[in-house]
Unconditional design. Sequence first.
Lengths: 213, 211
Amino acid sequence: MNYVSQILPSLISGTGTTLSIFFWTLIISVPLGILVGLGMITNFKPLTWLIDVYVWLMRGTPLLLQLIFVFYGLPIVGIVFQRYDAALFAFILNYTAYFAEIFRGGLQAIPVGQYESARVLRLTNWQTLRKIVIPQVVKIVLPSIGNEVINLIKDSSLVYVIGLGDLLRAGNVAMARDVTLVPMVLVAVIYLLLTAVCTVVLKRLEKHYSAWR
Amino acid sequence: MLELKNITKRFAGKLILDGVNLTVNDGQILTIVGPSGAGKTTLLRCISGLEETDSGDFFLDGQPFNPVTNRNNDTVIGVVFQDFQLFPNLTVLQNVTLAPTMVLKQSKAEAEATAQRLLKQLNLDGKADLYPYELSGGQKQRVAIVRALAMRPKLLCYDEPTSALDPDLRKEVEEIILKLKAEGMTQIVVTHDIPFAESIADQMLRVEAKS
């Protein structure tokens, strides 16, 4: 117990980094994902082609590689990121691609009749999107988004590769120094707590959206 | 009064509407009948501005107008879709008040008062806070009618109003349409149900399938 209280502060500090990557990625990639998802269903071919290539790159290569590329590769062409910014940039690019695909599916599930009925009521495209389409899309995509959210918490551990001190790294350091598995058990417990909180929040959200069908 | 002159519409080269002429007088009911695939729904979609015509003219009270681009003036045409297309994420009241508040800039109180009055008129009192999935087919249709009426259209169009309902509800639809007529509403009803059309029509337009 004494040992636990000794290493806990460093683990909690690592959790801070993990949560900060998690929150900012989520807050930025979800709206971006909606925009890119909308871009995918337009009839403007150059745009959809560009997005297709982007999504292919992001989903077709490991996130770990993307992190290495952003932090160690981009400086070669003169784009230098701080460690944390590099991590955030790579995560946002990667997760936006996944969210965009999810939102595209959701957007395509809305019947044309909903747009037409909004149109004859003379709602603008923006009003239609905001009041009618997006609420329905959110309900449809919530379970898939939930999956990605849980993944994101755990994926954030990949930032160790560019030397950021996240939760897993903090545990790793303690484990190597003290030659014991206890830190890793604690790290696992903290990850489980974080995902449990996410699961509860997602369940609440789904319940909120179950008021209508 | 709505007039259509020589309306033509093709889909992928196939002629669907071939020089349609019609006149609907104020307060009257025009029914458009004909077999499936004859272009009844296409005609209605052209009138309601959901489909561009290839040629021909529309006149409203003698003035030319274009249903597709007529987006910023008064509401000319209200539409009750075959499958109603209520917004599932909004309650009955929100379905009805959304467009009046956002488009006509009515205050919430004003829009809700109008909505409640119309809902009561169509026997929907007590349903305001329900979501569409909690309604029967006939109730959904009446909400769709109320939603269209709340925009104060000059003309109300129905696409196959009896086809998604139980046969015994046909009489009910008929009564609603005639009741709105008594209040002065001009209406166009597309249907393949000839007896129904005959019982409500002041005027019937038959469209034939093109070979």
